[in-house]
Design a protein around this ligand. Structure first.
Ligand SMILES: [Zn+2]
Length: 221
């Protein structure tokens, strides 16, 4: 049953969101929070702990990879792994999300992004949050990308979405990087309109997912 786990994940996320209010706007990190933010688009005060961000990025990637490993086991001869996303909870950003998927799919070979109306691996959400946009996970198999309305008006929205999606693919933040680097996020300022990963970022994602495939081929422990 491919979808069994996804149902569980969706339920867990729903419960987590219910506990946080109508939108995941209060998912700011705290020492005891079950849901911790991984990374904001800009280096905000709430997300000052870069070591914590890096650890959460890793947890988010690991959570996605667990789902990918199951897909891989079900279809071991496929040339790449497809990660499915849902836009149901981010209807205002469907165009930007689609452009982000096209950007990533034209930039890397070992992983594909595709929209799915059911059984998605991760979901996009939209709303208002003073922390801006971010990717988040509880480190136990569920994750989401939150897109903040105001920030997506201040910054180039396709870049914001592609950046946050980069976290799902395993890339950490690097705010001090130039505009040509996708994971520099809001670091280069609001005028930056590059929404493509640079060659280093592309190589890193391809490498991560090639390793992911090797991991997925191992017998389950
Ligand atoms: Zn980020």
């Amino acid at each position: 049953m491919r979808h069994q786990r996804t149902v569980v994940v969706s339920t867990a996320l729903g419960l987590a969101l219910a506990g946080l209010g109508a939108i995941p706007a209060t998912a700011a990190p705290s020492a005891t929070s079950a849901t911790s933010a991984t990374s904001a688009y800009v280096h905000g005060s709430t997300y000052a702990g870069s070591a914590k961000e890096a650890a959460n990025n890793k947890a988010f990637y690991d959570a996605v990879m667990k789902s990918v490993a199951k897909k891989r086991a079900a279809n071991p001869l496929a040339a790449s792994v497809t990660v499915y996303y849902s836009t149901r909870n981010a209807p205002s950003f469907r165009s930007q999300i689609s452009q982000s998927a096209q950007i990533w799919n034209s930039s890397v070979q070992n992983v594909r992004l595709a929209e799915s109306s059911s059984g998605a691996d991760f979901s996009y959400y939209e709303g208002n949050d003073p922390n801006g946009s971010y990717a988040s996970t509880d480190g136990h198999g569920s994750g989401y990308i939150f897109l903040d309305y105001q920030q997506n008006q201040q910054y180039y929205s396709v870049r914001v979405v592609a950046h946050e999606t980069g976290h799902v693919l395993g890339l950490p933040d690097h705010y001090s990087g130039p505009c040509s680097e996708l994971m520099s996020g809001g670091g280069p300022g609001t005028s930056c309109r590059n929404a493509y990963p640079n060659s280093t970022e592309k190589s890193r994602v391809n490498s991560l997912w090639r390793n992911g495939l090797a991991t997925a081929f191992k017998p389950a422990a």
